[in-house]
Structure formats: C-alpha cells, structure tokens
Design a protein around this ligand. Sequence first.
Ligand code: SAH
Length: 265
Amino acid sequence: MNLTSPSQVKAWCIERGFHPNKTLGQNFLVDANTLEAILDIAAVREGMRVLEIGPGLGVLTQGLLARGANVTAIEKDSALAARLAEELRHPNLSLIAADALDEIKKGTCDGYDALVSNLPYQAGTRILLDLVLRPGARPETMTVLMQTEVCERLAAMPGDGKKRGLAGVLAQLDYDVECVREVPPSCFWPKPEVGSTVAKLVRHHRNDNVPAAVRETFRALAIRAFEHRRKQMGSIFKGVMHSTLRPEQLTNEEWLALAEGLTEK
Ligand code: SAH
C-alpha cells in the first residue's frame, strides 16, 4: 500500500473494517510533501536513534527508515501495531505495542537522539511534557506534528497573551520551540477538525546545571501560578512576592530566578 495515497489508505481501512479511532487521535498523514518536510525539519540522518510515538499505519516510520534512522516506534492500538509488525519488518525497527505514557515512565524512551512523531491530538502535550520532565528522556530534538494551537502554546513567550501558559514555560526550560510549517486538514485522512503544525523543539542546554530541587520548585511555582492566570503574582504568592505582573508576563529567566530564591539550600 502507498501510504501517501488517500484512496489506498481509505480502501485498506474499509477492507479490514478498520474505523479510525477519534479518541486515539487517529488522523493518518497521507501527503508526500509534508512527509518529506517533516524528515527535513528533523534533519534525520544515517544511524540517528529516533523515537516515534503513534506510528499508525507507518507512513513516517517508513520515511525514517528510508533515511537510515534506527527507529523505536510505540503504538497503543493493538490492531495497528500488529499490522506494522507484519508489513514493516526492518532490521532497524523495534516496535512496541503499548501506551507511550506508560513506556515513558518505565524508561523505555530514555536515551534517544530525536523524537519524530505525528502525535495524537489529545495526548500530544502530555506525551511531550512527560519526555521533557524526565531527565533521562529529553531527546536533543523533537519534531512533532500537532494541533496548531498546541504548538503555538508551546512556543509562546511573554507578551503572547493567553497563549503563554504552563506547557510553554515547562518546555522552554530545556528547549527552544519553533512552529515551522502549517499542515492543512486535507493532508490527513480522516480530516481533522483543526489545523496542524510541525513544531521543532531543540534542546538549548542553558539550564543543564540547574539542580533537581530548583527544577521541582520551578515546576510547582508555575503549576500553582497558572491556576490563577488572571491574578498578579503578588496576590497568588501573598507575603512571598510583591510583583504586579501576571503569570503570563514572566520570562523563563524570571521564573527560574524565583525558583532559585525559594528553594531551600
Ligand atoms: N504517525 C501516523 C499516525 C498518526 S495518528 C501518521 O502520521 O499517519 C496518531 C497515532 O497515535 C495513532 O496511530 C494512535 O493509535 C496512536 N496513539 C494514540 N495515543 C497513543 C499513546 N498513548 N501511545 C502510543 N500511541 C498512541
């Protein structure tokens, strides 16, 4: 089957009685240009150790293998995982039929050079943040195709208003985030109801020496603050801070300085 042919993908699903599952965010990429663009943006090279979460029918998996990557792909849907195991035998592919969120916790996702994934819409942010927050995971780069709104939130800086939130603050502690390319619904089957974007997250290593305890405080502070995003920092943390800024107005450097000041030595 040619996985960038919408009619072939559709026919395959109909023949098998396979109905794409909305809850699992199953929107298969069926566009060759977008596929090549993702591989280019991820700068996939020979021997790169790539983690792919949610391979689906394997369109991206095939592309990664064709460029010489060593791929570990984790698929939650057992029917799709079984199909991949049959159709995509390759010495450089390990396939895991499991929920990626469980695998991240177990350490299966530690030690990769890159994450390259067309992530399920619902679990996308959660999967990315779990990889970011786990010291052993944190790949050097993460190239992901996700809902545009989610990408914009991850990339948002102070001054971007409501888009600036917890996900961006947490991700940017270790990554520079860029929204690289928009992908219209017509590039998927079935067509999603929302626009999609390829985002690239690149580890910046500026905070590699921040101690675990400060990171803990950083995270707790940001979680607490964004529960009250309309309030001023001084009123969220009464008696501790006097700032009249709202959480969305602080830079990551300011968050980090606050966390350093509040972490017990
Ligand atoms: N990468 C494929 C499929 C994208 S759709 C393509 O581009 O065509 C998202 C995929 O993620 C689906 O195959 C879905 O079954 C899978 N998925 C959803 N939640 C998951 C999870 N928690 N862990 C692993 N895979 C998941």
